[in-house]
Design a binder for this molecule. Structure first.
Ligand code: SF4
Length: 423
């Protein structure tokens, strides 16, 4: 088997803006806390970070065509002033170029911006906003340590609409401590009434390093039991699809034409640049994750600068992608990501890269899940399969069913790992 590295042109960039007013109790993201008053130009911490961030961008070689998607995530990127945001977007455009119809997304938290700010962001090129609502019950927001109130969510949506940002998403979290099915249904109903074109629904994961991790034990009260969280997932699927949203990814719903183009890059295993503290990039088949604290990240950029000045030190180690284990890891990654999407994977498209000797064993190990309706193994009719490598054996669409297959995706993936993983 010959492994062909993924040298697709890079046309997507993720930029991490790590600043938050305070840390939410469930959050283990790489963030730096700046408090309620320091933001924009008033924060020396933010200004210093942007210097390093723009330095990293300017030192990164262009690997592809102009950017078609940019995603500013965090953290709370809406703590940047419009001028600071413009500086970051200008740095990206100068280095990589930007397509005129690029999707430029930013994560924003309710209560961190007003209409004037979002208008200024739009003038900088922002055309998509992801808004962290999380819940519509004041007691749940405060139990999570969120900095915003329920009224801030409505005000934020109003400001987005007034500023003519038509493409925006609301995030919700299920499985919160003390959260009941009734509260969850109420949050879903609120979101449907607001009618954003995109909705993300995440199931809480209690990470050990968080305040929740110190306070709660997975599976124990006040966390809802597993059958309740499963019911929450089903309720979301029923409520949102009935309201006209397409459940296009395990945690994401969209009205037609409003799927997040940037996140599809990840799920389709396409390459992307990553910039900033804790950010991951994926270029030439290599995933690189940056340091998770500001000081370590600054040191990392300084070393990058030194390497750029003395090119003899700059050779990066290339992965031995031809080895059997690297090939297997790459295949598992493609399957794991692809099964997140409603359309799943077309296995015949993987054959040029990974050969076909894994397909029959995979089919056999998934057979019980095909039988119970969690997995679909659909032969693709000749006319609709464009691959020249297709055969009756490989022209197959593999997907998880909605909602049961998505709900039990971890069980299915464990089986896939056991089947294709280390011998
Ligand atoms: S606002 Fe988001 S990134 Fe910041 S601490 Fe809360 S969950 Fe984490």
């Amino acid at each position: 088997v010959i492994f062909v590295q993924n040298f697709d042109p890079v046309q997507a960039a993720y930029v991490h803006i790590p600043f938050c007013r305070r840390r939410c109790y469930y959050c283990d993201f790489p963030v730096a806390i700046v408090g309620d008053r320091r933001r924009g130009e008033a924060s020396g911490t933010i200004a210093r970070y942007l210097d390093f961030l723009c330095q990293e961008i300017s030192l990164t070689p262009k690997m592809g065509l102009p950017l078609t998607t940019i995603f500013l995530g965090g953290g709370t990127p809406s703590l940047l002033s419009p001028r600071q945001l413009q500086r970051v977007l200008d740095a990206l455009s100068a280095q990589f170029g930007r397509s005129v119809c690029a999707e430029v997304s930013i994560e924003m938290d309710p209560g961190t911006f007003d209409q004037e700010q979002i208008r200024a962001y739009r003038n900088c090129g922002i055309n998509r906003v992801s808004l962290g609502a999380q819940a519509f019950q004041p007691e749940l927001l405060s139990l999570c340590g969120r900095s915003h109130a329920v009224a801030d969510i409505y005000a934020a949506v109003d400001d987005l609409r007034q500023a003519d940002i038509k493409n925006f998403s609301l995030d919700l979290i299920s499985g919160l401590p003390t959260q009941t099915l009734t509260q969850w249904q109420a949050s879903l109903d609120e979101v449907v009434a607001i009618a954003p074109p995109h909705i993300s629904v995440y199931d809480l994961i209690v990470e050990p390093v968080t305040a929740f991790g110190r306070r709660y034990k997975p599976g124990l009260e006040p966390l809802p039991p597993e059958d309740t969280t499963a019911e929450m997932y089903r309720l979301a699927q029923q409520t949102l699809t009935a309201a006209g949203y397409h459940h296009y990814e395990i945690s994401n719903y969209a009205k037609p034409g409003f799927e997040c183009r940037h996140n599809r890059v990840y799920w389709e295993n396409r390459p992307f640049y990553g910039f900033g503290m804790g950010a991951a990039s994926y270029q030439s088949g290599q995933r690189v994750t940056r340091p998770r604290t500001t000081q370590d990240y600054y040191q990392w950029v300084k070393e990058m600068t030194e390497c750029a000045r003395s090119p003899r030190h700059s050779s990066s180690e290339s992965q031995d992608l031809a080895s059997r284990s690297a090939l297997r890891d790459a295949l598992l990654e493609v399957i794991m990501l692809g099964l997140r999407l409603a359309e799943g994977l077309h296995l015949d498209r993987l054959v040029p890269q990974f050969g076909s000797d894994w397909i029959t064993p995979l089919h056999q190990c998934l057979e019980p899940y095909i039988q119970c309706g969690w997995v679909e193994w659909n032969p693709i009719p000749e006319a609709s399969s464009a691959s020249s490598t297709r055969s009756t054996k490989t022209a197959v669409q593999l997907r998880l069913t909605d909602p049961e297959g998505f709900l039990f995706s971890n069980t299915v993936l464990s089986k896939v790992f056991a089947c294709l993983g280390p011998d």
